[in-house]
Design a protein around this ligand. Structure first.
Ligand SMILES: Nc1ncnc2c1ncn2[C@@H]1O[C@H](COP(=O)(O)OP(=O)(O)OP(=O)(O)O)[C@@H](O)[C@H]1O
Ligand SMILES: [Mg+2]
Length: 590
């Protein structure tokens, strides 16, 4: 006897509803799909109207290409798309859409109306409900398309139950609109919620301008520019100054070839660039556009297209890290004086107030390099022609940076004038940054200058200290501390690093060990980085140390050669600058 057949093909309406589950999770996903369709149609203006958090109605109108009557009728069929024709077209596809699934998925779980017209054709209205085409007729309208989605999930009670309150769905929608507004800055966007205008965004000339409109001018102005090319990869955008990280709530936004995506790996790469400039536990705000050759990225890996796959992820991540690192190495990343942002990131207000940005002029941030480098030969005695001794070794310093007249203030800061600003360097923080980078280099290349001691130094440790020392013994050796166990908890030191004339090796070693035991080091760094940071901190000149002019010059030159001169290794600023503009404003001169 044969068993009865129990497998059956689902009716297509049910199959569509199941497929819709992947694309249409909640009202916000409908908004995303409809806005993407408008952008793919070349719209320059997109108007979005929402009622009851999208549960009652979502309407997206555009001034794009529009559809012919035949196209409009077929657009709600599954796998109907104008964007690709063969699977080969999937490689390097630049439109947001390519699956021909969004409209049928939305249509299968709502009442759908499409009104559309091409430039030369007459208007068409298409009505559908629960996936069934009800009517195709005339509609009067100009070129473009309006898609109206009503009663979302009315025919799928199970899914309707998962909808949250209108407020919470509205919040998700405003997040998605923010994402779309950032990925396509050239497009004019308006949004109404329950018939109240909530957002009017004119086309923006720059990312900074659009960010100012979305998140507020103070936030946008506080970010610094990223723009870097590595091979075929370009990384641009805006990131937070290290000194501001943790002061405001964090926002992260990434696009790859214009498509907003989530990518923890790329975020980690960008964050890696902040290593040793911010303290553990805080994470920077990042807005980054990554452009890779279209053929090097697969966009068809996620149901909502929220992720992509890279042909070479490692190369992409390194390009992102490098770009952010470079931005942090510029003068812009140094803390400006007295204008640190304390506003929190804001977004589409619930209140219904219109955010008009016409009056808003995002002030350009000066692009001055921190240090001036001579273009030809050093001009006079003010450049470092005389062989200043580096505070970290004996090598004479080559004249690759112009050293302005320097003055020490309160035995703590080094002040000097630059074309655009009055600049203060914190001598301890700066020296710490210099030593940290030299130690890190030394650890990698094994060339930390060590000095053999005529009389070895014997240090007596507590058991915990001895253990901490033991655990880091090899790393200490790479820093120039040569040591042997000497019985009990004693250690005999036969060579020490000599980073500068007033370096007290014993004190430095003791303080470092004490820090290691107390574990007061910033975590988030690898063990060797933590050690280098601690030794650098203990070895650096202190506030209160009087510096000779030659020492100031040497420190200035050494700092100019670090990769991140504006930031110490604990997340503090080494450099603070007051722009002349700002001073003139404060004195009422402008
Ligand atoms: N606003 C619009 N203006 C002009 N044509 C549109 C618009 N919306 C949809 N279309 C047409 O309808 C087709 C189907 O849209 P749908 O969103 O279902 O699929 P898609 O965008 O091609 O792919 P995906 O499912 O990946 O979004 C599109 O390929 C496009 O030709
Ligand atoms: Mg689409």
């Amino acid at each position: 006897m044969t068993s009865p057949r129990i497998i059956a093909i689902l009716p297509s309406a049910v199959a569509d509803q199941i497929a819709a589950g992947e694309v249409v999770e909640r009202p916000a996903s409908v908004v995303k799909e409809l806005v993407e369709n408008a952008l793919d149609a070349g719209a320059t203006t997109v108007d979005i109207a929402i009622t009851e958090g999208g549960r009652a109605m979502i309407r997206v109108s555009d001034d794009g290409s529009g559809m012919s009557r035949d196209d409009a009728a077929i657009s709600i069929e599954r796998h109907a798309t104008s964007k690709i024709k063969t699977s080969a077209d999937l490689v390097g596809v630049l439109s947001f859409g390519f699956r021909g699934e969004a409209l049928p998925a939305i249509g299968s779980v709502s009442r759908l109306t499409i009104e559309t017209a091409t430039a030369d054709g007459s208007g068409t209205r298409v009505l559908a409900a629960g996936g069934a085409l009800l009517e195709v007729g005339d509609a009067a309208r100009r070129r473009g398309t309006t898609v109206t989605v009503e009663s979302l999930f009315y025919n799928t009670p199970a899914r309707q139950k998962f909808l949250r309150g209108a407020r919470s769905e509205w919040r998700a929608i405003s997040d998605i609109i923010g994402v779309m507004a950032l990925s396509r800055r050239d497009v004019r966007l308006t949004v109404t919620h329950d018939d109240k205008e909530v957002l009017t965004l004119p086309p923006a000339a720059s990312l900074r301008e659009r960010l100012a409109a979305l998140w507020g001018a103070a936030v946008a102005e506080a970010l610094i520019d990223v723009d870097d090319v590595s091979g075929p990869i370009r990384v641009s955008g805006l990131v937070q100054r290290p000194a501001d990280v943790g002061m405001t709530s964090r926002r992260v936004f990434l696009t790859v070839n214009g498509r907003a995506i989530r990518d923890p790996g790329l975020v980690r790469a960008a964050e890696a660039a902040y290593r040793s400039t911010i303290s553990a536990g805080v994470r920077p705000s990042l807005v980054l556009d990554i452009e890779v050759p279209a053929g090097d990225v697969d966009v068809n890996v996620h149901p909502a297209k929220a992720e992509v796959r890279f042909r070479d992820r490692w190369v992409t991540e390194r390009a992102v890290e490098r770009a952010v690192r470079r931005a942090l190495g510029t003068g812009d990343s140094a803390a400006p004086f007295g204008v640190a942002p304390r506003t929190s990131w804001t977004f589409v207000p619930e209140s219904g107030a219109t955010m008009s940005v016409d009056a808003l002029q995002a002030a350009p941030v000066p692009q001055a390099p921190l240090f001036a480098h001579p273009t030809t030969h050093p001009i006079d005695g003010d450049s470092a022609t005389d062989a200043a001794r580096s505070p970290a070794g004996d090598a004479p310093v080559a004249p690759d940076v112009i050293v302005p007249p320097l003055m020490q203030l309160r035995r703590t800061w080094i002040g000097f004038e630059r074309d655009d600003a009055w600049v203060l360097i914190d001598q301890h923080s700066a020296h710490e940054r210099v030593l940290y980078e030299q130690f890190m280099q030394g650890m990698v290349h094994g060339n930390v200058a060590a000095q053999q001691l005529l009389f070895p130094l014997t240090l007596h440790f507590t058991p915990a200290e001895a253990e901490a020392f033991d655990e880091h013994r090899e790393l200490f050796a790479t820093l120039g501390f040569q040591a042997e166990a000497f019985g009990g908890h004693s250690v005999m030191i036969s060579a020490v690093p000599s980073p500068h004339a007033r370096f007290d090796a014993e004190r430095c070693l003791r303080d470092t060990i004490a820090s290691l035991v107390g574990d007061r080091l910033g975590s988030g760094l690898a063990k060797h980085e933590r050690l280098a940071a601690t030794v650098a901190c203990k070895a650096a000149v202190k506030a209160g140390d009087l510096l000779a002019p030659s020492e100031m010059r040497a420190l200035f030159i050494a700092l100019s050669r670090t990769t991140l001169p504006a930031h110490d290794v604990h997340g503090r600023s080494t450099i603070v600058q007051v722009s002349w503009d700002e001073l003139e404003r404060r004195f009422g001169r402008r």
